[in-house]
Design a protein around this ligand. Structure first.
Ligand code: OSB
Ligand code: MG
Length: 368
């Protein structure tokens, strides 16, 4: 394909409720969308970087800067682009995987639309719907938490993930177990909030029959994860630490995790995510699909990825109304705890022009 224009569009969406994690509170989502036009059609990508560099070193203003100054110029200079060529074209630029993933996704979307092929079939999906879980923020009180969890269970979510931090761990987990019973699929996510000194609290979670404990320690501290894995029966899962298929293989070999949360943005794109999926499958390690509070654009691609065979746990692929009153695409609606995998060409969803216009805060356009 010959690239003609690249548009970086920022939109702002209020969240339906504040989302509190160990790294801060989000009340709105400031999203960077990439829209490309080629001689064979158009494509969209969503950059998952958050507003602040608190979950990852990347953040939305930084992603836009590196796209503007380094990534988009390299892409526009190429005589011909395909999704597979994007990572090599951008390889000279180190890191910035979320920014790179957004570009690769937009190119892949355009390419697949041009070939009338869906993300799901291209990536290797084996299911037409995926099981959905929900990530529940740190609540103002245990009572409020129980109310929120009850609401999600009633809506049909098949798994609950509680955000935890030192001071909000054993008590909320015990309360949820006591209220909803031992059969509720339940897991926790610390977003790296623990260290060797606070690790005893994580060992105390071992009695609650959790599916997994996600990223308790720092991104670069595989050793501490390996130590915890040895001490508890509950599976240790990595999120922030896993930035590539190589990182996944290393973490598994070191005994740092027995489950991996796959997020395409963190890994530089859907192509690398499939490699992570494959490497984990070969090593007997299940994966599941994480989320970054995506709009319908990012969600469509995530749901396609989650339909691959080694995605063996419900994902953080919740319905649109878990996040937004009004989504950018037709909303994703939960049906019996599942979301349907889009089957149309490319990501199989279209941004609604009037909604985009209403939410847009800035647009930058680059031409060949
Ligand atoms: O750690 O998985 C995480 C949201 C933003 C950043 C990091 C994380 C999350 C979530 C929610 O847990 C995922 C979602 O529902 O999209
Ligand atoms: Mg996480």
């Amino acid at each position: 394909m010959k690239l003609q224009t690249v548009e970086l569009r920022r939109i702002a969406l209020p969240l339906v409720r504040p989302f509190r994690t160990s790294f801060g509170v989000q009340t709105r989502r400031d999203v960077l969308l990439i829209h490309i036009v080629t001689d064979e059609g158009e494509g969209w990508g969503e950059c998952v970087a958050l507003a602040d560099p608190f979950y990852s070193s990347e953040y939305v203003e930084g992603a836009q800067a590196v796209l503007r100054d380094y990534l988009v110029p390299r892409l526009l200079a190429a005589p011909h682009v395909t999704a597979r060529a994007v990572a090599p074209l951008l390889g000279e630029v180190l890191g910035h995987r979320m920014a790179k993933a957004a570009i690769e996704t937009a190119v892949l979307d355009a390419e697949l639309r041009a070939h009338d092929l869906s993300f799901a079939s291209y990536l290797g999906a084996t299911r037409t719907e995926v099981e959905c879980g929900v990530s529940v923020g740190i609540a103002p009180s245990v009572d409020k938490l129980l109310e929120e969890v009850a609401g999600y269970i009633k809506q049909g979510y098949r798994r609950i993930k509680l955000k935890i931090e030192p001071g909000w761990d054993v008590e909320p987990v015990r309360a949820v177990r006591e209220s909803f019973g031992p059969e509720l699929p339940l897991q926790v996510d610390a977003n790296a909030a623990y260290d060797a000194a606070t690790s005893a609290k994580l060992e105390a979670l071992d009695e609650f029959g959790l599916l997994l404990i996600e990223q308790p320690f720092a991104e670069d501290d595989l050793h501490q994860h390996a130590v915890l894995s040895q001490r508890i029966r509950t599976a240790v899962c990595l999120d922030e630490s896993i930035t590539s298929a190589r990182a996944a293989a290393d973490a598994i070999r070191q005994g740092a995790c027995s489950v991996i949360n796959v997020k395409a943005g963190r890994m530089g794109g859907y192509l690398e995510s499939v490699r992570v999926h494959d490497v984990c499958e070969a090593l007997g390690i299940p994966v599941w699909c994480g989320g970054m509070l995506e709009t319908g654009i990012g969600r469509a691609a995530n749901v396609a990825l989650a339909a691959l065979p080694n995605f063996r746990y419900p994902g953080d692929t919740s319905a649109s109304d878990r996040y937004y009153h009004q989504d950018v695409t037709e909303p994703f609606v939960l049906r019996d705890g599942m979301l349907p995998v889009p089957s149309g060409p490319g990501m199989g969803v279209e941004p609604r022009q009037e909604v985009l216009q209403e939410l847009t805060t800035s647009v930058e356009t680059f031409r060949r």
